[in-house]
Design a protein around this ligand. Structure first.
Ligand code: FA5
Length: 357
């Protein structure tokens, strides 16, 4: 065997080993290449067993050359393994920070809130920011809370304004959310700031804007020196926040026995842009926010001295407000379970469902 030939062979193997590492990206691939050189059957591995084939005086030299090459190629693979392994660890670590298996999963949405509920939540949020509490009252009411305490005695013609479902037990289905005015006055005493969203019932002929079951949201503020200016400021803020833009409104005198003075606040119909349609009965206006200053006799019924306290109240038509906000042109859609109206309300903007029917 020729030592010079061996040294040339070893130099070739070392340069082959170096170039075989180009583009290797994983420790596993590196292991396989390493075996091709340093394994028992690898090019260098096989040469290691050839020392005995040399003449005795050459064996020392051959052994040294082989060990040197074996060490150099071994170190080459070690360095490369370290580099690739640290890259793999870094990649795993960055993936781990994007996915935290200890976090709770995202619950899939199984449905959407009804447009009325969506508007109700929004209004609750607006008023809670103003320091109002959210109250509730029974849907089955007594004559006293629904009428008497609101300055509507039994023989008062104003009873005809709200056609009533009377029950066999002498109670009634509340025709508005106003009965909670008296309940709140007695529950809290002045000062009071509350709203009362809830369902109301009227023995109505149903059309595009009238239902027998609909939602209102009562508002009541009682304190010293409450004036019409406070009432108008809150009404304006309410509409601006709900519609997120200035909405055309008109204020006209309105009669309700439980307020004095009383107003009807109408908003320009957003279904037809005020031009006139079935929803607004061709008038271009939607009655949405009757309001006024709480009548002294209502305060007295609630145990509050009208000489010391004043207040304002309003009875927002919540269902109609939801119709305006989401472009739902027919109130019958609201209770009919029409899935197009029950998709997420934000997808119902603009004149749309049921308009002009
Ligand atoms: C009342 O119910 C008074 N309680 C409101 C009030 C409260 C006035 C406090 C002053 C102070 P009215 O009957 O106008 O008022 O009803 C109020 C709103 O409820 C209406 O403007 C309308 O938006 C809505 N509304 C009334 N009847 C129906 C109905 N049948 N279907 C749908 N919405 C209705």
């Amino acid at each position: 065997m020729d030592i010079e030939k061996l040294q040339q062979q070893l130099a070739d193997i070392q340069s082959q080993a170096k170039s075989s590492l180009d583009g290797v990206a994983s420790v596993q691939a590196l292991r396989e290449i390493r075996a091709r050189f340093l394994g028992k059957k690898g090019t260098l591995g096989k040469l290691m067993g050839t020392v005995r084939d040399y003449l005795p005086e050459q064996r020392g030299q051959a052994g040294q050359a082989l060990n040197k090459a074996n060490k150099a190629v071994g170190e080459l693979f070690e360095r490369m393994t370290e580099q690739i392994a640290s890259k793999e660890v870094a990649a795993e670590a960055s993936q781990a920070s994007a996915f935290d298996p200890t976090l709770p999963g995202v619950r899939p949405m199984l449905g959407n809130v009804h447009p009325v509920t969506a508007v109700q939540w929004e209004i609750e949020h607006i008023f809670q920011r103003l320091g109002f509490t959210v109250e509730a009252g029974p849907e089955m009411e007594s004559d006293y809370y629904n009428f008497e305490a609101l300055n509507i005695p039994a023989d008062h013609p104003a009873r005809d304004m709200q056609d009533t479902f009377w029950l066999k037990n002498g109670m009634l289905l509340r025709t508005h959310t106003s009965p909670v005015q008296n309940r709140s006055m007695k529950k809290f005493g002045p000062p009071i700031r509350c709203i009362v969203p809830g369902r109301c019932f009227r023995y109505e002929t149903i059309d595009a804007s009238h239902e027998n079951t609909f939602h209102q949201c009562e508002g009541l503020m009682v304190d010293r020196s409450i004036s019409i200016a406070n009432l108008i400021a809150v009404m304006k803020l309410l509409l601006r926040e709900v519609f997120r833009r200035e909405v055309k409104v008109r204020l006209r005198p309105g009669f309700f026995p439980f307020v004095e003075p009383g107003f009807e606040l109408d908003m320009s119909c957003l279904i037809c842009d005020g031009k006139g349609c079935a929803t607004c009965k061709r008038s271009g206006w939607i009655e949405i926010l009757p309001c006024g200053m709480v009548h002294p006799s209502v305060l007295r019924h609630g145990g509050i001295d009208p000489h010391e306290y004043t207040g304002f109240a309003f009875g927002l038509g919540l269902t109609r407000l939801a119709m305006m906000k989401y472009g739902i042109g027919d109130i019958r859609v609201m209770n009919a379970g029409d899935l197009r109206a029950l998709v997420h309300p934000s997808r119902l903007t603009g004149p749309g469902i049921g308009a002009n029917t």
